[in-house]
Design a protein around this ligand. Structure first.
Ligand code: AGP
Length: 614
């Protein structure tokens, strides 16, 4: 949940570390800090709150030094404060650590250190690591040997990086669990480490990713790798091809608004190259295990995911069951991993994740693999852990998503899952050529249709202005748009801090109806599809109880006129693609309400982009 960066080379480390942290701030923004080696000593600067607070300190104390590490924090153990900000240093003030993750056994490790006289200055779990390292370094060990003595004793842990003036000009970075990535970036006479590629892309595109149980020993002229067991290791050097400029705001007030508007492009990119012209068959490159024979005999699919990704998976369930007739379950990854799930022989477990680094999703994948499932992941971030852990990967191609709230990656997930359902259906013979041609033609029309929905932004903003002071919201959907209601509610909660609930519309009469009164805006997704009539009845139930209705309806729906206080119009599409269009006004509503309330739209309180702790 935190971001880590490191630099060693001939340039001044401090500006490079601050630049890297800027690109990682979305991972956590409770506090930030840097440590730079300077003439045998260590200069540490830290600040509570956003990176700007640290930047102010750094510019008041420019510090020369060519080796350093930096950290942006999302608090787990210890409240957000300067004292709990990383880097943490040893008693001598010469060795520093930064950490992303949780050291679960820190209390047991801390007691003997305290008994030995180590002085702790934070409430964090992380600080034990640097005091343990201090003990090893005072035995005259190199930084990597000291780290190798300490790391196997840490449980949980994720990713760490150390520097020490006892062994200057060197960074040791480690990955101790599946969650929390670390990569090394190779420069000319300089090298970098980071938890995420955007932090490095300005300087190098040549990288190596650390896997679970590996360390990197990084100096300005060399990078070497070892396993935690000590043996030497060769790692592949990979080249990253993304465009870092795409991550800038391009004139939008917030990354979120930019990303909402990027959805037509994200959808086009997701569709690109996925349909064979000659045959009309859906194809995904480089599938290894998902061959035709396996797909034909597929007994069951279990989706594992968290948050927005889990709602995309729920849409996936509806589509796959409808088209490919494979029974599907959707499991919240954090529940799946701990409830001793039953994996049947040949079962496919599908992880859906934007970041590919969500700890609960990775752990669910691990559990499924342990029980013999085949793993497929739908992932946006290339090279992330979920992409490397799975037998097969389908990339989303949404481009870097910076805003904490997921929008364009959700659209890409929906489109990829739709293609996946057609892929399965074609191989299982559950749809004919004509139906599959029509379904695909409609998918290729989506970018234009999403563009048309985006033209409604002025109207949605006006609605946001009218309802931005509401204390609660209800979102209703049915069928394939039930997950859209869940996603609409989640977007509103995370961005505006207004309590919101998403419900299957027919479920209201089993309890939720009691909430309805003239102060409750109820957003109803009422599109002209197979459940339209049922949905209209549910809207009448809301009207009968004086609820304030905001309907998302089709352009050509005259029947609904006058049946809701507000109507947002969207174009008609194939029913299974409706969620791609219907979610857009809900994203815009959440965005404009949050902006109107003066919230930090791109970095909502208490949240982080990649949730790399459980
Ligand atoms: C999305 O708006 C949320 N911030 C969050 O629910 C997110 O979708 C979830 O944490 C899963 O992330 P992932 O897709 O990177 O695995």
């Amino acid at each position: 949940m935190c971001g880590i960066v490191g630099y060693v080379g001939p340039r001044e480390a401090l500006p490079l570390l601050m630049g890297g942290l800027r690109r990682l701030e979305y991972r956590g923004y409770d506090s930030a800090g840097v440590a730079v080696q300077q003439n045998g000593a260590l200069e540490v600067m830290r600040a509570e709150g956003k990176l700007d607070n640290l930047a102010a300190i750094v510019s008041a104390h420019p510090t020369a030094g060519h080796t350093g590490i930096g950290h942006t924090r999302w608090a787990t153990h210890g409240r957000p404060s300067e004292q709990n900000a990383h880097p943490h240093v040893d008693c001598g003030g010469v060795t520093a650590v930064i950490h992303n993750g949780i050291i679960e056994n820190f209390e047991a490790l801390k007691a003997p250190l305290v008994a030995k006289g180590h002085r702790f200055s934070s409430e964090t779990d992380t600080e034990v690591a640097v005091h343990m390292l201090e003990d090893e370094l005072t035995k005259g060990r190199s930084l990597e040997d000291a780290a190798l003595a300490v790391l196997p004793r840490l449980e949980g842990a994720a990713a760490l990086a150390f520097i020490s003036s006892r062994d200057p000009g060197k960074i040791v970075a480690a990955r101790i669990s599946n969650a929390g990535g670390v990569l090394v970036g190779y420069g000319e006479g300089e090298n970098f480490i980071a938890s995420d590629a955007p932090a490095l892309l300005e300087h190098t595109r040549k990288v190596s990713f650390l896997d679970h149980g590996e360390i990197a020993i990084v100096t300005k002229d060399a990078v070497s790798f070892r396993r935690i067991s000590g043996e030497k290791l060769e790692k592949k050097v990979e080249t990253i091809t993304w465009d870092p400029i795409a991550a800038a705001k391009s004139g939008y007030k917030h990354f979120l608004l930019k990303e909402i508007h990027e959805q037509p492009r994200a959808i086009s990119d997701t569709l690109l190259g996925r349909v064979e012209r000659a045959t009309g068959r859906v194809v995904f490159d480089d599938l290894v295990k998902l061959d035709d024979a396996y797909v034909r005999a597929l007994p069951r699919i279990t989706f594992v995911a968290c948050g927005t990704a889990s709602y995309a998976a729920l849409v996936g369930k509806y589509i796959v069951e409808r088209l490919a007739r494979v029974p599907c379950d959707v499991e919240i990854a954090s529940e799946y991993r701990y409830r001793q799930p039953v994996v049947s022989p040949g079962q496919l477990v599908v992880a859906v994740t934007q970041s590919g680094e969500t700890a609960d999703t990775l752990a669910a994948m691990e559990e499924a693999k342990r029980q013999g499932a085949r793993l497929l992941s739908f992932v946006n971030v290339v090279g992330s852990q979920a992409s490397r852990e799975a037998d097969d990967v389908i990339y989303l191609h949404a481009g870097p998503e910076i805003s904490v709230a997921s929008t364009k990656a959700y659209a890409a997930m929906l489109v990829d899952l739709y293609l996946f359902a057609i892929f399965l259906a074609q191989r299982r013979g559950t749809i004919d050529q004509e139906r599959s041609r029509k379904l695909l033609a409609e998918a290729f029309h989506l970018p234009t249709l999403v563009d048309a929905v985006l033209q409604e932004e002025g109207k949605v903003q006006a609605i946001a202005n009218r309802y931005h002071l509401a204390r609660n919201f209800l979102f209703l959907g049915r069928g394939v748009n039930y997950p859209t209601a869940l996603e609409g509610a989640l977007k509103l909660k995370e961005l505006s801090y207004i309590h919101a609930e998403g419900t299957a519309a027919a479920e209201m009469k089993h309890g939720t109806n009691a909430l309805i009164d003239e102060d409750l805006p109820v957003v109803a997704i009422a599109l002209k599809d197979s459940v339209y009539k049922k949905m209209r009845s549910n809207m009448e139930e809301v009207r009968a109880r004086a609820g304030v209705l905001i309907a998302v309806a089709n352009d050509d729906d005259d029947e609904i006129t006058g049946k809701a206080e507000e109507i947002i119009r969207i174009p008609k599409t194939e029913e299974l693609l409706e969620p791609v269009l219907a979610v857009v006004p809900l994203q815009l509503l959440a965005y404009h309400i949050a902006d109107r309330r003066g919230n930090d739209v791109d970095q909502p309180r208490n949240l982080a982009k990649a949730v790399t702790v459980e």
